[in-house]
Design a binder for this molecule. Sequence first.
Ligand code: G4P
Length: 536
Amino acid sequence: MTDQMTTQLTQEIRIAASKRRTFAIISHPDAGKTTLTEKLLLYSGMLRTAGMVGARKDRKSATSDWMEMEQERGISITASAMQFPYKDAVINVLDTPGHQDFCEDTYRTLTAADSAIMVIDAAKGVETQTRKLFEVCRLRQIPVLTLINKMDLPGRTPLDLMTEVEEVLGIQASPINWPIGSGREFMGVVNRETRQVLLFTKTAKAGAAKPELETLALDDPSLKSRVPAYIWEELEHDLELLEVAGNPFSKEEFQNGKVTPVFFGSALTNFGVETFFDAFVDMAPHPHARVADLPDGDEQMIEPAEVPFSAYVFKLQANMNPRHRDSTAFMRVCSGKFDRDMVVKHHRTKSDVRLSRPHSMVAKERNTVDVAYPGDVIGIINTGAFQIGDTISLTEGFNYKPLPQFQPEVFARVRPKDTTMRKSFDKGIEQLAKEGAIQIMRSLDGLEFFVGAVGRLQFDVLEFRLESEYRVKSIVDMLPYESSAWLVGDVETFKPPSDALVVKDSQNRAVVLFRSAWSKNFARERNPEHDFNDMG
Ligand code: G4P
């Protein structure tokens, strides 16, 4: 390539990367993640009316019946990573499976995101799954924008919710807009900086199409006659209070994960949604340099536009059809430009691999990818070459950081029904552990063997796949533990609570399984010399 061509390519990548917003939506089930995604598609012009509701209902039916589970997974495959244009930006939204699907993938996917949108139900506040996902964002320093959703329903006061975000999540919350009224009287939002008011008009088909909006200045005299007096008074009071006691917003602090900008809205009725998306595109970072390990132990920042194509595998999605043992490897492009059929270096196996049949998702359609840029996600059919965390690139010489492992929260003793099938059983379990769906643990004497997973559904998947792919029927006995943590300190001197269990993970690290948060606290108090880690 001539110098001029190289400069042109670098420029092309720089422009493409600057338009990318690669993010995940984190929330507790039912807070409105699906509805918000649907609205993002509506506002980007990908859907003419918001109407994926039927699919949502199917997906939600909590069942472990395999056929339905497959269907359910079909939908979550569809949503693994969707790409579409939104105004001048290119959106890559990564799905973080929730509900029963909650698993390590949910956490790992966050490593591929440059930012996250946290959706909170205004009536429920910060819930457990949101808290866990937020914790991963904090540890990875992923900037988080907050949308307080369902403002059209009776909920808690905005001030109360702000306090909860700050106290429960330990991050400064800075409201960018503030709601005018709530529940049936949710009429609009005020932008605190521009002091502009956005008034919504309810339409008969609220939700299916964009709402009618009116923009007024906060000091517009007509406002007082349109907003009921008690709502106006409350608004003035809150705004004054925020002026004095509210956290200031700075883009830098947000991008460093120190402050979360907060917005209020209602995804179902579309109120406040477009303003939120616009602000998101404006504030959220585009793909930035990622740290990679060099063979000599040093680190290197891999700049998206400066280094030829490189990517890493963050998720493997097994093919649920037992006749095809392949899976899809989802890779995040970190640098350079990807061209279809490119031959790349696979660092772990030290081999060359052709990236053929790459695909991405646009709304519900699977599309072949011809080119991709930093921030994009491509799915490649994997016949065994790829493992989670693998780095691939045009040039060798570096590896992206290994993906963190997360402590399981559900545990079981798993054994083959027919003991003569032990060999196939072990092979199957090992393969599934390699894919990252489950973690294998052993008792300290090495005789007993346990399986841990982040979500309950993984055990159904495990049973099914052992039978369909390895012809082994298995028995799964669930254990009463509800959390686990790596033990930091000497296992010999550790005094576990009587209801806890100390085991070893696949790398021989000591892991403590707890029955309750109380038990974990007790262990902490009893062992001041030791500590616990939830992520490794
Ligand atoms: P999730 O993906 O986070 O699990 O949540 P999802 O979007 O599926 O929303 C959960 C329920 O909350 C849905 O109702 C959805 O319509 C409703 N919802 C989402 N955002 C809002 C909002 O801003 N206001 C109101 N009032 N409701 C909202 P559902 O009855 O479970 O399903 P459906 O009958 O609406 O499909």
